[in-house]
Design a protein around this ligand. Structure first.
Ligand SMILES: Nc1ncnc2c1ncn2[C@@H]1O[C@H](COP(=O)(O)OP(=O)(O)OP(=O)(O)O)[C@@H](O)[C@H]1O
Ligand SMILES: [Mg+2]
Length: 396
């Protein structure tokens, strides 16, 4: 395959950004990859970019990715009254970990008033005084990128949603952001309006074929400054094929290295497993963000994840840090949600982001629309929350 120079790659990306989008899954593939930032050609008023002209066209994603996620539990339903089981967690540098595993479950009365009433007197939903994060200063020059892996082997906790929306919010603040779809489900690609079934070149080719470069796979999204390395089911083969490679855990790090000077942040959306692909993401990354759904089983498996992070740090990547725990799908109206969040803060202390992502139907809607919430519902609480998270991440 012909290698593209940065110039041709850029031109190619620009062309990709403005390329018209074929009707959904039309099937014809003229040999080039297909960019599908949006579904159909329904012009939207005041669209800033050509691809954005197709915004809010309701379209069911063609992959099973979102549907493959475990169904989110009902809010306000029959929430278990029992507090979540406290897992044994291996200590991670700087992470305070609760050790008293015999403690009685939290009683409703034991919940700090701040948690019970949401955000009172400057106290955030995590029960801590919420600092004001300044708007990040504009950058005069970009790069080298910091790589953050969005990781939790538990499925359906908000990894992909957080990758898309944190990435879009960071791009709004002038950061150059590269999103890496590192999940064969391709949900990140779908969430940005790309049909993974019609891609000629994906992250799989980048990992497995030495002549394929990032520019051959890269897609521009409708959000300025936000680029995507898409994936599809092909990537599942990489998990097996990489086993025979030399330095198999360093493959992602190696292929991303040439483009790190072009970006400020790279977010890697991991699949829900702790297999070789996830280890690759952890080996490439400087930081890990763990999205945790505020529900009963939230802390299950986190100990194993923390142990994996520790092992990767010891053996493969001494720079790796736990960037933060992101509480997602939080519903302050339920005692259950507040109890779980209190437990998470108890276990991880300051590693828990002050920003908490509420549960709202807006997020599933954005997947159908194929765009981030920051453009789909720009003034919504969800969009504001991810902007706050972006500020918090940049301030860390
Ligand atoms: N804050 C939220 N409120 C309501 N629904 C949400 C929220 N965040 C994510 N969702 C929905 O929950 C489902 C799972 O989210 P998402 O795909 O981001 O999780 P994931 O951890 O990436 O899943 P997987 O492990 O399968 O990759 C999706 O349908 C998504 O739209
Ligand atoms: Mg996902």
């Amino acid at each position: 395959m012909a290698k593209s120079t940065p110039a041709t790659g850029g031109a190619r990306r620009a062309a990709a950004a403005s390329a018209p989008v074929a009707p959904d899954d039309a099937g014809a593939k003229p040999g080039k990859k297909i960019v599908r930032p949006k579904a159909a050609a329904v012009p939207a008023p005041a669209a800033p970019a050509p691809a954005a002209a197709r915004k809010r066209t309701p379209r069911a994603p063609r992959t099973a990715a979102p549907a493959a996620s475990p169904a989110a539990p009902e809010v306000g339903g029959t929430a278990p009254r029992k507090a979540p089981r406290q897992e044994q967690t291996a200590p991670v540098a700087g992470v305070p970990v609760a050790t008293d595993r015999t403690r009685a479950p939290l009683q409703p009365g034991a919940i700090p008033a701040s948690l019970a009433i949401g955000e009172a007197e400057g106290v955030g939903p995590t029960g801590r005084k919420r600092p004001t994060f300044p708007a990040p200063p504009l950058l005069k020059k970009h790069g080298p990128a910091r790589i953050l892996a969005m990781c939790n082997q538990k499925g359906g906790v908000g990894k992909t949603t957080s990758t898309i929306n944190l990435g879009a919010a960071l791009a709004e603040y002038g950061r150059r952001v590269l999103l890496v779809d590192f999940d064969p489900q391709g949900a990140l690609s779908v969430g940005l309006g790309v049909n993974p079934l019609q891609l000629d070149t994906t992250v799989y080719n980048l990992l497995m074929e030495r002549e394929v470069e990032v520019d051959d796979v890269l897609l521009k999204t409708a959000v300025p400054g936000l680029d995507l390395l898409p994936s599809n089911i092909d990537l599942s083969a990489a998990e097996v094929q990489l086993v025979n490679e030399v330095a198999r855990e360093q493959t992602l790090r190696r292929v991303l290295k040439p483009v790190l000077p072009d970006y400020d942040i790279v977010l890697v959306d991991c699949q829900p497993s702790l297999g070789l692909l996830t280890v690759n993401a952890l080996t490439a990354a400087q930081g890990v963000i763990i999205p945790l759904e505020c529900e009963f089983f939230a802390l299950r498996g986190v100990a194993l994840l923390i142990q994996t992070i520790e092992k990767v740090r010891e053996r493969l990547n001494p720079d790796l840090e736990l960037e933060g725990i992101l509480a997602t799908m939080y519903d302050a109206r339920t005692l259950h949600g507040r109890e779980v969040l209190a437990r998470v803060v108890e276990a991880f202390g300051d590693k828990v982001f002050h920003t908490v992502i509420n549960r709202t139907i807006r997020f599933p809607e954005t997947t159908v629309a194929g765009e981030p919430i920051t453009t789909y519902a720009t003034d919504s609480h969800g969009a504001t929350a991810y902007r706050e998270l972006a500020k918090e991440v940049l301030a860390r």
